[in-house]
Design a protein around this ligand. Structure first.
Ligand SMILES: [Zn+2]
Ligand SMILES: [Zn+2]
Length: 360
């Protein structure tokens, strides 16, 4: 067993800065909390940059989902990058000073799903910044099994968004792409990333659908061939017409909106695949016979990222330069501008916002 400078789980009484959901109500607090301790298989990371996810907005606004899931007080946030500060005695993968990010689904490794190689579907999953202390803080602790060591050519702002980019990679690569036509519903950062991944992987034609003109513009910069605005376009009809009556071979659903799901099925070619990542806020009705059975549709639920298959493929797409996600990174701010970033994101006037450490 490799020895390291830390032989026992350390208990630190020092405190750190963090952004916390202090109580079961809307809002956040900038607080000082104890620096998390490091168990024998844990890695403590000094966070250098993070990004705000839609999930974080739910936690900040305290909607029904947040109320049912989050147990305040909790330092939240899960999209991050940083530098290893200390490691537990049994950790072999990384050492202090390594640049890393992490898979945010902490899996048990022992359940039926994990033992079948489906750790992203772990029955006992705990999610960073949702079920356990998150990354909007000076330090975050994750198990060694969740650490992703960064290639030196991956810049910090892209390292900070590996979590949502991984969602897009997992969704897009969940079926054949080359020489096929696609629709992407919902052009938030994940939808825009997905457009770029599809094009980098040989998709012949990609239609991007949203209601926000800025998001559609970002999708265009990521390579979308056609932009459809649900406010003014007949989305399903246009896709069918523009694909010579065939419909698309694949539909990636990133919005969770019932109308998007309906339009997506309606404009799907017979035998096409539907990859659903966006989460509907309530159960919805679908004509199973017409849209799935007789269409021969392949319908997939997409959850998280395949650990670590998605990560290796994401790295290759980035390092080869085939995938350039920079158009989606519309803002880079400092941690002290957290509230401003939340406002920007809420207003829909931003793509992905990365916040970098601006205090010692
Ligand atoms: Zn996220
Ligand atoms: Zn498990």
């Amino acid at each position: 067993m490799p020895l390291s400078s830390v032989s026992e789980p350390t208990v630190s009484h020092d405190t750190m800065w963090g952004i916390q959901k202090p109580s079961a109500a809307p809002g956040i607090a900038h607080v000082r909390v104890p620096i998390p301790t490091v168990g024998p298989k844990d890695v403590r990371i000094r966070v250098t940059a993070f990004a705000i996810c839609g999930t974080d907005l739910h936690i900040i606004e305290w909607d029904r989902w947040a109320e049912s899931r989050i147990k305040p007080p909790l330092v939240f946030g899960h999209e991050f990058t940083g530098i290893v500060e200390s490691v537990g005695a049994e950790v072999a993968l990384v050492k202090p000073g390594d640049r890393v990010t992490g898979e945010t689904h902490v899996y048990c490794g022992l359940c039926y799903a994990c033992r079948r190689g489906l750790a992203h579907l772990c029955q006992n999953v705990t999610i960073l910044g949702v079920d356990r202390q998150g990354a909007f803080a000076d330090f975050v602790v994750i198990p060694e099994g969740n650490v992703w060591k960064l290639h030196p050519d991956i810049p910090e702002e892209i390292a900070a968004i590996h979590d949502p980019l991984g969602n897009a990679v997992h969704t897009a690569l969940a079926g054949p792409i080359a020489g096929l036509r696609f629709s992407v519903f919902g052009c938030g950062p994940i939808g825009c990333f997905a457009v770029g991944i599809l094009k980098a992987s040989g998709a012949s034609w990609v239609a991007a659908i949203d209601r926000n003109p800025l998001r559609l513009e970002l999708a265009e910069r990521m390579g979308a061939d056609v932009l459809l605005n649900v406010e003014k376009d007949d989305v399903a009809g246009s896709i069918v017409r523009l694909t010579d009556g065939r419909g698309v071979d694949g539909m990636l659903e990133m919005s969770g909106h019932p109308q998007a799901i309906r339009d997506g099925f309606e404009s799907l070619a017979n035998g096409g695949r539907v990859s659903l990542l966006g989460i509907p806020s309530a159960p919805l009705e679908i004509d199973v016979a017409k849209e799935i059975i007789f269409r021969g549709a392949v319908v997939q639920g997409i959850n998280g990222r395949i650990i670590f298959d998605t990560w290796y493929r994401m790295q290759e797409l980035l390092l080869t330069g085939r995938l350039d996600v920079r158009p989606v990174l519309t803002h880079q701010l400092g941690w002290s501008e957290f509230e401003k970033a939340v406002e920007l994101q809420r207003s829909g006037k931003a793509g992905k916002i990365v916040l970098k450490r601006d205090h010692a």
